[in-house]
Design a protein around this ligand. Structure first.
Ligand code: GTQ
Length: 360
């Protein structure tokens, strides 16, 4: 027996057990022989491969900011950004521990950067978003553009864009990172590299992309064929007033309240091809009707508080809390006072593949 066949041979007895060889020794013996040729009978596994409804290990979960903030801050006393490269506590779905993922397809973490620190420039095929949760005034630089980060800002680091972070303010800053790492790694397409200098040169003025591309005009000659948004920072101070305008002039959606989508201004599509984000105002007294969709969704509360009933369980959330609703589980939001919820999921990727569905 050579090395290549050894593990397969080991599996044979396991498979025979799974396929209940004792009940049917003729089939069990046949399964053993086909296994030696690296084959397996579809009729034994079909029901696990092609399910009637989405099957997930992912469970509803919440990370309460008040509880986790001191633990994130503690990391700031344990190691430097140089040691860590990125000082992040990964939010792991309780049913997916050890896999660095909050849903089956997305990674999330809380990143801390202290005054005076720099998180050096690198780039990778995974795309990232940041949602600023605590502190004011640290910066990120993405492909030659610097932006100062403020509460509620939604920031893009699209695939293969160079990025570094720094904190020239006097306050520690904490933000939510969401990356499509599990998707990139599913396709086994991960590349990454460090840049030569820790802090990249920024040729453009701060927040250039929002001004240049987010104002209803486009400079002549702009290549608008990009499948991701050119905007780096969707500043909360520019986006938040739009929710009030929606509230003042229209009805709340019965599931989502007054909700907007972070869009690619070139084509109205999602801001990234793999991850799509929304911002929702749930008006005072909102009682959302139940809703479900195939995109497991990460929520973060930016204002107010409320509850989300999911799968028979009630999640109580407040400012800066992060929680997750798994694929195809019905959920309903409720608030007494007005609240603002950010959400993000892999919906654009599912839509691109013709897989996305919603229901009640
Ligand atoms: O800020 O560049 O949470 O590269 C994970 C990987 C953050 C980042 C993460 C990263 C970053």
């Amino acid at each position: 027996m050579d090395a290549a066949t050894a593990p397969a041979a080991k599996n044979v007895s396991k498979k025979a057990e799974i396929y209940d060889g004792s009940a049917n020794p003729v089939r069990a013996e046949y399964y053993e022989r086909i296994s030696q040729r690296d084959m397996t009978p579809l009729w034994e596994v079909l029901k696990y491969l092609v399910t009637k409804q989405p099957v997930t290990q992912c469970v509803p979960a919440i990370w309460r900011f008040d509880e986790v903030k001191p633990l994130v801050e503690e990391a700031g006393r344990l190691l430097t950004t140089e040691e860590a490269e990125r000082r992040v506590l990964v939010l792991e779905n309780p049913a997916l521990r050890g896999q660095s993922r909050i849903t089956n397809s997305l990674y999330a973490g809380l990143q801390l950067i202290l005054p005076g620190e720099v998180a050096g420039a690198h780039r990778h095929t995974a795309s990232a978003i940041r949602l600023i949760l605590d502190g004011d005034g640290a910066y990120t630089q993405v492909d030659g553009e610097k932006t100062i980060m403020k509460y509620g800002d939604f920031i893009l680091t699209p695939t293969w864009t160079a990025h570094d972070h720094g904190n020239e303010s006097k306050q520690a800053m904490i933000w939510l990172d969401v990356l499509d790492v599990p998707i990139v790694n599913f396709f086994e397409t991960a590349f990454a590299e460090h840049l030569d200098s820790a802090v990249q040169n920024t040729a453009r003025v701060d927040n250039d992309s929002l001004w240049r591309y987010g104002s209803g005009v486009l400079p002549d000659g702009t290549d608008t064929s990009m499948i991701r948004s050119p905007v780096i920072n969707y500043a909360y101070e520019r986006v938040r007033p739009i929710l009030d305008r929606m509230k003042n002039t229209g009805d709340a959606d019965k599931h989502h309240g007054h909700r907007l989508r972070y869009a690619n201004p070139f084509n109205g599509g999602w801001s990234l091809p793999t991850m799509g984000a929304n911002l929702s105002l749930l008006p005072k007294g909102f009682k959302g009707e139940s809703y479900r969709s195939t995109d497991s969704t990460i929520f973060a509360c930016l204002e107010g508080k409320g509850t989300t009933k999911v799968d028979g369980q009630t999640i109580e959330w407040g400012p800066r809390d992060v929680f997750v609703v798994p694929t195809w589980k019905s959920y309903a939001h409720r608030v007494d006072q007005q609240a603002v919820l950010f959400s993000i999921s892999d919906r654009p990727a599912q839509e691109a593949l013709g897989l996305w569905r919603e229901g009640n």
